[in-house]
Design a protein around this ligand. Structure first.
Ligand code: SF4
Ligand code: SF4
Ligand code: SF4
Length: 436
């Protein structure tokens, strides 16, 4: 029986992302104030609470009685399975995992993460910045096509599973506004099982695919597809490394494995609020002008930072675009209401459930309180890494070109649709759809 309270968030027993330990709870109410929408409304029974799995409450709870569903035992089993174990590391992981090992917040530890994951038994380690580039290839093409064909606008980003679930639950009339693109980890998962397996001549059922993520909601997202066997949060990875007495601080750097080794700078900034929009606009420029973006579009300040709603306008080869970046579902609700009432117009809206984007995700370390100053350190580190990259735009990534030339064919074509896109469900008053 679930213990129900109106002082805190209520977590159903079958929640795939979050667990609650009542013994430590003093009903302080902080989690309830953090959760940006009313849990337990919309006709669910007392034991069936609406939750978008974002994990923001796990970051906020001072007593750590709300936590990610710990799947480190499953991870250990998969590592011993005898199958080919392939990891991918999401963009925001590299600027936070170090905190668990006494490294200053915001230091980019991607090389050490690769070494650590190889030490625990991975055969291949790929960078999800590659999946982010793939997302941008498809999403920028989709946006340009919607504009040309006068499709449903504004187009909403779709890479945050909590935001997608929020829309499916509370605003299903807007489902057609969501980009049909899967998220970066999901696209990369499909490519690992269907392309990497072919290149390496491994049966896809003999591949174990694991994503390391800053996000508790990804545990829910992967239930929709069968391409990823496990999504583990930064906190779970840190727990396993500590159990195995692997100290990240003492490790040398290693490189990601080839084929999906690196994304562009645009792929790196996916880990922060505004990063999807900035990467998208770089690629839209590439499509409409057929040349590399320069200047403002490589340093798109209007969409950077922690403001609740960031707005920008840009004209690319005669096409004028009005953009918005929304931090958190509280403001998403306000923006959607204004769109419904025709009070505002945008062409593209990026929405991330966590305030600050994945750098402030629900699976991130809790060693320090997640203040704005901590978020800024993680955020700035991603922008610094983007700036250092020779390749800043998805379609300039040679691995991406090779994937389209050798496997997917056309951007937005039939293979791309099959492996990289998805559809959505109306979850409103549909209890069967409440948790997955
Ligand atoms: S924040 Fe933690 S301690 Fe406070 S009410 Fe929520 S679960 Fe309980
Ligand atoms: S995981 Fe997110 S939606 Fe679910 S209760 Fe916690 S804060 Fe609310
Ligand atoms: S903003 Fe990022 S970390 Fe937060 S729920 Fe969305 S995808 Fe997960």
């Amino acid at each position: 029986m679930v213990s129900v309270s109106d002082k805190r968030v209520n977590i159903s027993q079958d929640n795939p992302s979050i667990v609650f330990d009542k013994t430590k709870c003093d009903e302080c109410g902080i989690c309830k104030n953090t959760c940006k929408f009313n849990v337990g409304v919309y006709g669910y029974t007392n034991e069936e609470y609406a939750c978008i799995n974002c994990g923001s409450c796990t970051i906020a709870c001072p007593n750590k009685c709300l936590s990610e569903k710990d799947e480190t035992d499953k991870l250990k089993e998969l590592l011993k399975s005898g199958k080919t174990v392939v990891f991918q590391i999401a963009p925001a992981v590299r600027v936070s995992l170090g905190e668990e090992f006494g490294i200053r917040p915001g230091i980019n530890v991607e090389g050490k993460v690769v070494t650590a994951i190889k030490k625990i038994g991975a055969d291949y380690v790929f960078d999800t910045t590659f999946g982010a580039d793939l997302t941008i290839m498809e999403e920028a093409f989709e946006l340009v096509k919607r504009i040309e064909n006068k499709g449903v606008m504004p187009m909403f980003s779709s890479c945050c599973p909590s935001w997608v679930k929020f829309l499916e639950m509370f605003y299903p009339d807007f489902i057609d506004n969501l980009s049909s693109c899967r998220s970066p980890i999901s696209m990369q998962g499909a490519i690992i099982k269907n392309y990497f397996s072919k290149i390496k001549n491994i049966d896809k059922d003999d591949i174990v695919s694991i994503a390391v993520v800053p996000c508790t909601a990804k545990k829910m997202e992967i239930l929709k597809f069968d391409d990823i066997n496990l999504a583990i949060t930064v906190r779970e990875l840190a727990r396993l490394l500590k159990e195995k007495r692997i100290n990240l601080k003492n490790l040398k750097n290693s490189s990601f494995d080839s084929l999906m080794s690196k994304g562009s700078g645009g792929g790196i900034i996916f880990g922060t609020s505004g990063g999807v929009t900035e990467s998208l606009i770089r690629e839209v420029y590439r499509i409409l002008y057929k040349r590399r973006p320069m200047g403002r579009l490589l340093n798109f300040n209007e969409v950077r930072g922690l403001s609740n709603v960031k707005e920008a306008e840009v004209t690319i080869n005669g096409t004028h675009l009005k953009l918005a970046v929304v931090n958190g579902t509280g403001d998403a609700r306000k923006v959607i209401e204004k769109i419904k009432n025709k009070e505002i117009y945008y062409d593209f809206i990026e929405i991330m459930a966590c305030e600050g984007g994945c750098i402030a995700g629900g699976g991130q370390p809790r060693k320090y309180v997640t203040t704005n100053s901590l978020k800024i350190k993680r955020m700035k580190s991603l922008y610094k890494s983007d700036k250092k990259m020779k390749i800043r735009c998805a379609s300039d990534n040679p691995d991406i070109k090779m994937l389209y030339n050798g496997f997917l064919g056309e951007v937005g074509g039939s293979s791309a649709k099959r492996y990289l896109h998805t559809s959505y469900v109306n979850r409103k008053n549909n209890s069967k759809q409440k948790n997955i």
